[in-house]
Design a protein. Structure first.
Length: 252
């Protein structure tokens, strides 16, 4: 185990699978204690079993203030003062503005944006008491560029990008850094479902690879390395950043 994140306590949302799981495992490998937050208890329990005593699995809905309060209280009681927050929980619905339902729109913004606001708002006083901290928001390249059939997802991630910048400006003087990671198409359960339901999974997968100059799709570990850097003191002068981890997607 490395010591880059020794004595740091992190909360990772959506930690039961995909990018959240990879970030949690990477933070723990670098010495952090990690609270693993997710709706499915079995998933976060499984990740915690891989990490060991430095992990605290918590089943919670991060769109609910009552659950957020419980997460923060349990984390501080069990692990100590919170230094790092990775806002990773997300939802993706496919469709144009005419195809997306009101329920899908509301769920997208509740999970992708409102949870980031609620968690950040709740954790800021605790980070001040700890002498500072790092908030890492997982956005998307579609928070920078638009795309077909992403009429709710892309605007929600765009909101995360600008919320990141606003918080960085507001709280930089308090030694609280806020940055956004913008992945492109990363192979997770979420994106696998998109490909599976496309009608022609093989063609869709080939097309997705073709728009990435590096010649492959991403894997969760591609994102986790940047999360470790942003959580560490190595990034002490880095805030308000919007970092594409995209295999060159935005360069095309």
């Amino acid at each position: 185990m490395s010591s880059r994140l020794k004595d740091k306590v992190a909360i990772v949302t959506g930690a039961g699978s995909g990018i959240g799981r990879a970030c949690a495992l990477a933070l723990a490998r670098e010495g952090a204690k990690v609270a693993l937050v997710g709706r499915r208890k079995d998933r976060v329990d499984e990740v915690a079993s891989q990490i060991g005593h430095a992990a605290l699995p918590i089943s919670a809905d991060v769109t609910l203030q009552s659950d957020i309060d419980r997460v923060l209280q349990q984390t501080e009681e069990r692990l100590g003062k919170i230094n790092v927050l990775v806002n990773n929980a997300g939802r993706l619905h496919i469709g144009t503005v005419e195809q997306i339902t009101e329920a899908q729109w509301d769920e997208t913004f509740n999970v992708n944006v409102r949870s980031v606001w609620l968690l950040s708002r709740a954790i800021l006083p605790r980070m001040r008491q700890a002498g500072g901290g790092s908030i890492i928001n997982v956005a998307s390249v579609l928070g920078i560029n638009g795309a077909r059939n992403r009429a709710s997802y892309a605007p929600s991630k765009g909101a995360v990008v600008l919320l990141t910048k606003c918080m960085a400006i507001d709280h930089g003087s308090e030694n609280i850094r806020v940055n956004a990671i913008c992945p492109s198409f990363v192979e997770t359960e979420l994106t696998a479902a998109v490909v599976h339901h496309s009608g022609n999974p093989e063609a869709v997968r080939k097309e997705r690879i073709s728009v990435h100059p590096i010649g492959r799709l991403g894997v969760p570990e591609d994102v986790a390395g940047l999360a470790v850097y942003l959580a560490s003191d190595e990034s002490a002068w880095t805030t308000g950043g919007v970092f594409a981890v995209d295999g060159g997607y935005l360069a095309v």
